[in-house]
Design a protein around this ligand. Structure first.
Ligand SMILES: Cc1ncc(COP(=O)(O)O)c(C=O)c1O
Length: 376
């Protein structure tokens, strides 16, 4: 089996990287841990198909081949036991535009969109993009993990939203919802006639190896391999929509807005669905080790708390604002860029992406410790 070197530091500056070439850094040396991509090279199988496309020298329009449809269908069946039909698939350039199209199709300016908060920001921003009301309810900590306040969830459903945006595994809480929680979510949404739109992009990024991902199998369920295989910049995702009328209503909202998928994206997705899992099996222990280091060091700091993640490489770290003030800004001024909790409607938290070589993580932890101790 090939050995993968996730310790290798690859310079990403001056590559038009959203993460590393952020204009706010100017000439400063800033360690970037905001947006969710990984500082690791992709698997050789992915590089091989990209070379194949480049060597061919033609970059025309492409179709989604049946081989990709079948590969996605097989994974959904083998990972979640969901026996889907090929015609349920709608291939799209990304999950965020997919969520926007789904909300445009099924929410209205009078009833609106429901989501738990904190949440990956497009889930709440979409309401403003479409000018629909936003309904939220809080995530709560129960027995060391973030989950739903189900009473607050039901109270929010009673306000009449037509669409519930569900993020599982949860970004930024890192929760993998249990089969029991999923059953409860489905029952409540059915009771209040609210369509479930589920985003399962982080499902392969299991930090807690004993936790199992349960797919909600809802009216619209989005999957993508782009997070786990670090191909986010290429785009590409699939929506599984069993009901034909729902599928048509969704597709109608994509017409004229969604570009066709590029051959690069199609070939890479096909590779991620069909290659061996060696790369992922090497990545996960590396992420788990980074997670363990971060969790341990954060929870030793005064006024800082972090719950263990079940999935994702996005740590959700709470801070005492009385002690640490504008913590995100203080970290930024000291050379570490993490995202502000407010971006996720999450208050006194930061979100830190630890999918990087361990040496970078250790530097980030040193900055956090320095800033915390400066307010002792
Ligand atoms: C929960 C979640 N959904 C979707 C995305 C982005 O998906 P896409 O690039 O396919 O739009 C992200 C990126 O971080 C994410 O965390």
């Amino acid at each position: 089996m090939k050995i993968y070197d996730f310790d290798q530091v690859i310079d990403r500056k001056n590559t038009f990287s959203f993460k590393w070439d952020n204009v706010s850094y100017g000439e400063r040396e800033v360690l970037p841990m905001p947006v969710a991509d990984m500082d690791f090279p992709v698997a050789d199988e992915i590089l091989a198909v990209l070379s194949k496309v480049t060597d061919h020298k033609i970059l025309g329009y492409s179709i989604v081949p049946e081989s990709l449809q079948v590969a996605a269908q097989k994974k959904i069946f083998s990972d979640y036991g969901w026996d889907t039909k090929l015609e349920w698939q709608v291939w799209i350039p990304g999950i965020v535009p997919g969520i926007t199209a789904a909300c445009a199709a099924f929410s209205t300016p009078s009833d609106g969109i429901l989501t738990a908060v904190p949440v990956y920001h497009p889930f709440h921003l979409v309401a403003g993009w479409l000018n629909h009301p936003l309904h939220t309810f809080p995530m709560v900590e129960v027995a060391g993990r973030w989950t739903f306040d189900f009473k607050a969830f039901e109270a929010a459903l009673q306000k009449g939203p037509k669409v519930f945006l569900f993020c599982n595994p949860h970004n930024p809480g890192g929760t993998v919802f249990t089969a029991e929680e999923i059953t409860e979510i489905k029952l409540l949404c059915k009771k209040y006639d609210c369509l479930i739109i589920s985003d399962e992009i982080h499902a392969d990024l299991k930090i807690n190896p004993v936790v199992n991902h349960t797919c909600i199998q809802s009216e619209i369920t989005f999957f993508a391999t782009s997070k786990a295989y670090n191909t986010a910049g290429l785009g590409g995702a699939v929506a599984i929509i069993p009901d034909a009328a729902t599928r048509m209503a969704f597709q109608k909202k994509t017409l004229g807005f969604f570009p066709m998928l590029s051959r690069h994206s199609i070939e890479v997705m096909l590779a991620t669905y069909t290659m061996s899992t060696d790369w992922l099996n090497a990545l996960l222990p590396y992420l788990r080790s980074n997670h363990a280091i971060l969790l341990n060091r954060m929870n030793q700091l005064p006024g800082i708390t972090m719950l263990p993640l079940e999935a994702t490489y996005l740590a959700w770290i709470g801070f005492d604002a009385k002690m640490h003030g504008d913590f995100q800004k203080r970290l930024f001024d000291n050379g570490l860029h993490v995202l502000r909790g407010d971006q996720f409607l999450g208050g006194d938290f930061i979100r830190l992406n630890f999918a990087c070589p361990q040496i970078s993580l250790l530097k980030a932890i040193d900055i956090i410790e320095k800033v915390v101790h400066a307010s002792d």
